[in-house]
Design a binder for this molecule. Structure first.
Ligand code: CDP
Length: 235
C-alpha cells in the first residue's frame, strides 16, 4: 500500500468556513495547513504598500520577482505570513486588501507564480490546502477534495463578526455587499475561477456546527489514511 501522505483540497467562496475546517482537518491528519488566500492577500498588500495598481503589468511582474513571501505554520495551526521577513498577518484581512485582492488574483503572472509555489508545498503530500482553485487547477490529482459553501447571509454574518472582533468599523450590509461582489469576481474571472471540481465532495455549513462538519468530512477518509508528520517539511 502507498503510504505517502495525501493532498487534501478545501475550496469555496468567502466566509464559508474553509480555513477553520482545513486547519482542523490538518491537525487530525498531522498535515500542514496551507492558506493560499493569504498568499494572494500578501501580493495585494505589498502592491498597495508600493502604490502598484493591478493594471501595471510591468510593476506587478517586478513585484513578484522581488517579493519574498513566507508562510510560517504557527503553533495553533494557523498560517502566519511574512513579507520580506516582516510578519504582516494582521494586515492581510483589512477591508482594503480584501477589496483589492481579486483584481490581483485575476492576473495570469500572479496566478502562475503562486501556483508554482503552492505546488512545491504539495509535492511531497501531507498538506491540507484551502483556496478557490486547489481542486480544479493546482492539485487536480488531490486524493480528497471538498467544496465548502454556506448561504450568503451566513457567510456575511461570520465575516462581519470576525472583522468587528479585529476592530474594523464595518456594517453588516457593507460586508454582505462585498462578499457577494467578491464571489462574483472570483466566479467570473477567465483564469482558474472559483468552481467545484467535478469530483469534489460538497459540504454546506449553513447552520451546522464546526465539529459536526468535521465529523462529516472525516467520514470520507479511510481508517488507515496515511498520516503526516508536521514540522519536518518545508519547500
Ligand atoms: O478568507 P476568504 O475566503 O475571505 O478569502 P481568502 O481565502 O483569503 O482569499 C482572498 C482572495 O484571494 C479571494 O477572494 C480570491 O480572489 C483570491 N484567491 C484565489 O484567487 N485563489 C486562491 N486559491 C485563493 C484565493
Amino acid at each position: 500500500m502507498n503510504d505517502k501522505p495525501w493532498v487534501v483540497t478545501v475550496d469555496g467562496p468567502a466566509g464559508a468556513g474553509k480555513s477553520t475546517l482545513a486547519r482542523l482537518l490538518a491537525a487530525k491528519l498531522g498535515y500542514l495547513y496551507l492558506d493560499t488566500g493569504a498568499m494572494y492577500r500578501a501580493v495585494a498588500w505589498a502592491a498597495l504598500q508600493r502604490g502598484i495598481g493591478p493594471e501595471d503589468d510591468e510593476a506587478v511582474a517586478k513585484l513578484l520577482h522581488d517579493l519574498e513571501v513566507s508562510l510560517v505554520p504557527g503553533k495553533d495551526g494557523r498560517c502566519r505570513v511574512q513579507v520580506d521577513g516582516k510578519d504582516v498577518t494582521a494586515q492581510l484581512r483589512s477591508p482594503e486588501v480584501t477589496r483589492t485582492v481579486p483584481l490581483f488574483a485575476q492576473i495570469p503572472a500572479v496566478r502562475e507564480a503562486l501556483m508554482g509555489w503552492q505546488r512545491s508545498w504539495g509535492e511531497r503530500g501531507g498538506v491540507v490546502v484551502d483556496g478557490r482553485d486547489m481542486g480544479t487547477h493546482v492539485f487536480p490529482w488531490a486524493q480528497r477534495k471538498f467544496f465548502v459553501t454556506a448561504s450568503p447571509q451566513e457567510r456575511a454574518r461570520r465575516r462581519f463578526r470576525q472583522l468587528r472582533r479585529q476592530g474594523f468599523a464595518v456594517t453588516f450590509d457593507q460586508v454582505l455587499r462585498e462578499v457577494l461582489e467578491r464571489d462574483h469576481q472570483d466566479e467570473t474571472r477567465a483564469l482558474a475561477p472559483l468552481e467545484a471540481a467535478s469530483d469534489a465532495i460538497w459540504v454546506d455549513t449553513t447552520g451546522v456546527k464546526v465539529q459536526e462538519t468535521i465529523r462529516r468530512m472525516w467520514s470520507y477518509f479511510p481508517r488507515h489514511v496515511p498520516r503526516g508528520a508536521v514540522g519536518g517539511r518545508r519547500p
